[in-house]
Design a protein around this ligand. Structure first.
Ligand code: DX5
Ligand code: ZN
Length: 227
């Protein structure tokens, strides 16, 4: 499903399936969609860019038929370019690469768009937003990491709130989503929303409780906390 930018900037909630039951991923994807999520966030880790290993394009392809909404693929891999086509073919709608993953961000973003996907760029907590200043016209989504990438269940880094505000200013009225990822809860989400964030990834805060009913209550609690 091609994903289009929403000028109304309604809040998008994207549960991270890193916190789902990996033995039942298809079922879990259907459950979070039935319980009201907007996007499905998929964390791809290579054990090199981050100290953890998760899933590759074959799992994304296997999940595509189960996902009716948007596949928001977060690539924590380096290099990323050799794998972009495989993720696009697997059915990713948004492909987000890290600004720190390689030397040719501008070219990689153009390549993602040429594959028919929305191009996202993620910034690690220590990375200043100035690294994307000269390629804003090639970006559809900016992901401000609110944890150091690699694991779910970590604490939200409040140090990133001023960065969110500065990125919001940089974006201006361009059709670019501002997303955050890591430590999002009903307590931290409203702070980020006030800083101008459009999309929020939440793993442990959505999947805690372990049943679809819990997922629905958890998603609603984050949405409600943002007014
Ligand atoms: C971390 C991942 C996140 C993570 C979020 O590197 O990119 O998407 O799964 O999990 P929580 O919401 O539990 O911090
Ligand atoms: Zn992520």
């Amino acid at each position: 499903m091609p994903v289009e930018f929403d000028p109304a900037r309604d809040l998008k909630i994207a549960p991270s399936i890193l916190s789902a039951d990996f033995a039942r991923l298809g079922e879990e994807v259907r459950a979070i969609e039935e319980q009201g999520c907007d996007w499905v966030h998929i964390d791809v880790m290579d054990g090199h860019f981050v100290p953890n290993i998760t899933i590759g394009p074959d799992v994304v392809a296997a999940l595509r038929p189960h996902c009716k909404t948007v596949m928001d693929c977060h690539l924590m891999i380096s290099p990323a370019d050799p794998y972009l086509e495989a993720f696009a073919k697997a059915g990713a709608d948004i492909i987000t690469i890290h600004a720190e993953a390689g030397p040719h961000l501008d070219r990689s973003l153009q390549y993602i768009r040429s594959l028919g996907c929305k191009a996202g760029v993620a910034l690690n907590p220590s990375t200043p937003e100035s690294v994307i200043e000269y390629c804003l016209d090639k970006i559809d989504l900016i992901l401000v990491m609110t944890v150091n990438p690699g694991f779910g269940g970590q604490k939200f880094l409040h140090s990133q709130l001023p960065k969110m505000e500065r990125v919001r200013k940089m974006i201006g009225d361009r059709p670019i989503w501002l997303e955050i990822d890591g430590g999002v809860t009903p307590e931290t989400a409203p702070l980020a929303r006030a800083a101008g964030v459009d999309a929020m990834v939440a793993g442990s805060a959505v999947f805690k409780g372990g049943t679809p009913q819990h997922y629905g209550e958890n998603i609603a609690a984050i949405r409600k906390s943002c007014g």
